[in-house]
Design a protein around this ligand. Structure first.
Ligand code: 5GP
Length: 185
């Protein structure tokens, strides 16, 4: 099984791109992560995330149940479960939507079997505008996300491919093209 890792700063369009990729590339399965963050309206346990309490997450860390995990935002943990990757093991490839450090860890662990894709906004200014327009984050949250985005952008060069999300349709096609090339090889 190959691993495709998609990473992007919050607001860079990653969720939309991931959804479109999953619709188009038949051989791909989605890796559902575990998290301690509260469930948002409409999200389903086992589909969007495995929503765990802090205690449950900690006991999984102790049991060595994670391939990787990170404290992505202060006090909020996210991780890829070994069990989840094993569940998809019979498939051609799995898509992971995880943060920069998680992505680089997966690459380190799985090497050539992994394709890391970084979706970046055209600029920090555009990212800020998009976060404001989205209207789902408070000014404090936007500031936290922008700070994290600056850190994430500084790691873009460590990824196999960088996709600039200037035009969404084009970014989707580019992402699909990279994945198809990698799956053929
Ligand atoms: P959100 O709370 O908006 O769903 O996700 C926040 C961030 O956590 C996103 O950047 C997402 O890529 C990252 N994330 C989700 N699942 C995982 C995971 O299993 N491991 C790591 N390292 N990051 C994750």
């Amino acid at each position: 099984m190959k691993l495709i890792v998609l990473t992007a700063p919050s607001g860079a369009g990653k969720t939309t791109i991931a959804r479109r990729v999953m619709e188009v590339v038949d051989e791909l399965r989605f890796s559902t992560s575990a998290t301690t963050r509260p469930r948002r309206e409409g999200e389903k346990h086992g589909i969007d995330y495995f929503f765990l309490s802090n205690e449950e997450f900690t006991s999984k860390i102790d049991a060595d149940a994670f391939v990787e995990y990170e404290e992505v935002y202060p006090g909020l943990f996210y991780g890829t479960l070994k069990e989840e990757l094993e569940r998809h093991a019979g498939n051609k490839a799995v898509l992971l939507d995880i943060d920069v450090l998680g992505a680089l860890n997966v690459k380190r662990l799985y090497g050539e079997r992994t394709l890391t894709l970084f979706v970046r906004p055209p600029s920090m200014e555009v990212l800020e505008e998009r976060l404001i327009e989205r209207g789902s984050d408070s000014p404090e949250n936007i500031a936290i996300r922008l700070k994290k985005a600056a850190f994430e952008l500084s790691h873009a060069e460590d990824f196999d491919e960088i996709i600039v999300n200037d035009d969404l349709e084009q970014a989707v096609s580019e992402t699909i093209a990279h994945i198809r090339t990698f799956l053929i090889g």
